[in-house]
Design a protein around this ligand. Structure first.
Ligand code: PXG
Length: 283
């Protein structure tokens, strides 16, 4: 495996950043996780745009332009001969001192890792996930906006620890108003009375690229799509529920907090949208 670090390639064992990098010291940096299908990065432009917005959100200037970033990503894929897999793109604040002073960091580091993907087992797609609600609240947008895909994912990790303790692989996170926000690494949708619902950005979510594509596909087949505040009650009483993310694509949810959703099986709309999503990734 060859890892790209700021213009050079290193073997995995040699790919290192400074312990004074503020990405390491403070989680000061931003990242993207992207899927590669048939040698092409899915929705690359959208990921690049989100990366630049995340960087702007934390006053971090990415040292190369978007065109060169795309080239670096595609070159890393070629060097590693990855046709189907996952790309992790990271931009750190760079090396500084032990203090918080971001302005002393003059050399932000760009890291690109192209790897195979560890997907959820197929059985979980067939049976549907059981998830629980975390007591860890999703970080409030007025603190650190979840729209910033920052290197500080402790909020989500604390929630995911709760998932594993409950024997689940994903976990629902509420916002500080008690509304449904998203899962630790996926967005959430419900289908109820002929309408597809998902929480709006104001609920404090990462605006997922997969979420956006699914909303486009759903609208394209004539489904009504509504972004509106959602509570756990809406999930309990929905006909179908599923999660979206670059790694998961669409994965059905059949239980929340031990309560059965719909008829307890992955729903027809969920399956249809997953099939259409997979068609989209082949284009
Ligand atoms: N919400 C959060 C909090 C996320 O981290 C999504 C939603 C889905 O977004 P996309 O753009 O992927 O549709 C994410 C995705 C992984 C992994 O390895 C995934 C994410 C973050 C870290 C790791 O599966 N984020």
């Amino acid at each position: 495996m060859k890892i790209y670090i700021s213009g050079e390639y290193f073997e995995r064992s040699e790919a290192k950043v400074s312990v004074f990098d503020h990405g390491f010291l403070y989680g000061d940096g931003v990242f993207e996780g992207m899927r590669v299908y048939g040698g092409k990065v899915f929705r690359l432009r959208d990921h690049i745009e989100r990366l630049w917005e995340s960087a702007k959100g934390i006053a971090l200037e990415i040292p190369i332009d978007a065109g060169n970033m795309e080239k670096a990503i595609n070159d890393t894929l070629s060097v590693n001969e990855i046709k189907d897999g996952y790309i992790r793109l990271i931009v750190t604040r760079g090396e500084g001192t032990l203090g918080l002073d971001h302005y002393l960091c003059h050399d932000p580091q760009i890291i690109i890792i192209a790897d195979k993907l560890a997907l959820y087992p197929i059985e979980l797609y067939n049976a549907g996930l059981e998830i629980v609600t975390a007591s860890t609240i999703r970080v409030n947008p007025s603190m650190l906006n979840p729209q910033v895909k920052s290197m500080n994912y402790l909020n989500n990790i604390l929630a995911k620890i709760e998932a594993y303790k409950a024997g689940c692989v994903e976990v629902l996170m509420l916002n500080s108003r008690g509304e449904v926000a998203e899962c630790s690494g996926d967005n959430i949708f419900i289908y109820k009375h002929g309408v597809l619902h998902t929480p709006p950005p104001e609920a404090g979510i990462l605006e997922g690229i997969t979420r956006r594509v699914v909303m486009e596909i759903a609208t394209g087949i004539g489904l009504k799509v509504k972004e509106a505040p959602m509570t756990r009650h809406d999930v309990f009483t929905s006909n179908e529920c599923f999660l979206t993310g670059s790694a998961a694509e669409l994965i059905p949810v059949v239980k929340l907090d031990s309560r059965v959703i719909g008829d307890g099986k992955p729903g027809l709309i969920t399956k249809k949208l997953l099939a259409l999503f997979q068609e989209e990734t082949k284009k």
